[in-house]
Write a protein that binds this ligand. Structure first.
Ligand code: FE2
Length: 241
């Protein structure tokens, strides 16, 4: 048992115990609150934490399904013993691909041993083509938007039981990269990637050779500061007259 615990500690990222980061909500509430965005979202990927032990009666899950029209539901167990053509499927899951509809997975069980509750990784491309690894564990519900390039792998525990949700009759077809001409891909780029890139892009202009040096306050004796103060004072006088 001790060996098992040591392995788990070694695999977890110890930084997550002391430092975490997230996109904030837009609320004006107390700044000292965490301000988690609900549902958690980046690049169109949504996620929730739900009560996996009571998914049959979970009102929060019901509300998500009702709100988003997820009428279809089934379960999928991925492990060498239960998934036919396991090796081939695992290889296919890890090929970079997209779907023309959302991919929705809710991890409802780990390996059966509470110490081995870690389950699988979804890797998604960010707007700079880097992989973001999303570690999905029991209780995690993730929605990948249509058109996002992604891939999936189990972690070293080799087991996941996931609820699959879908709006209408399910279509699981993967389109391996490149499939940039699909309408779903174009719509995804427009809705999430272009928007995100635009929000982070700043045009920098300068007269002559750029000088980006920043002088921390106070700099009251600096000629540029003195000129600014003088100009402001004269413009105030002009305004008053
Ligand atoms: Fe997929």
């Amino acid at each position: 048992m001790l060996d098992l615990i040591v392995i788990m500690i070694a695999e977890a990222d110890p930084r997550e115990e002391v430092i975490q980061a997230w996109y904030m909500d837009d609320s004006d509430e107390d700044q000292r609150l965490p301000h988690h965005r609900e549902p958690k979202e980046f690049l169109g990927v949504l996620s929730w934490r739900l009560d996996a032990d009571n998914y049959e009666t979970d009102e929060e899950l019901k509300k998500i399904r009702d709100d988003r029209g997820y009428s279809y539901m089934d379960f999928c167990e991925v492990c060498p013993e239960k998934l036919p053509n396991y090796e081939e499927k695992i290889k296919n899951f890890f090929e970079e691909h997209l779907h023309t509809d959302e991919e929705i997975r809710y991890a409802v069980a780990g390996s059966g041993d509470f110490l081995l509750s870690c389950e699988g990784y979804f890797d998604v491309r960010d707007c700079n083509e880097r992989w973001i690894r999303v570690w999905l564990k029991k209780g995690g519900l993730i929605v990948l938007p249509a058109g996002i390039y992604h891939r999936f792998t189990l972690d070293t525990d080799n087991y996941i039981k996931a609820m699959r949700l879908f709006s209408g009759d399910p279509i699981w077809t993967p389109f391996n990269r490149p499939h940039d001409d699909l309408p779903a891909r174009k719509e995804y780029l427009k809705a999430f990637v272009d928007k995100e890139a635009g929000e982070h892009a700043l045009m920098r202009l300068f007269v002559g050779e750029p000088v980006w040096t920043a002088y921390n306050r106070p700099q009251e004796e600096h000629p540029a500061r003195k000129e600014y103060i003088e100009r402001r004072a004269s413009s105030t006088v002009l305004t008053k007259s």
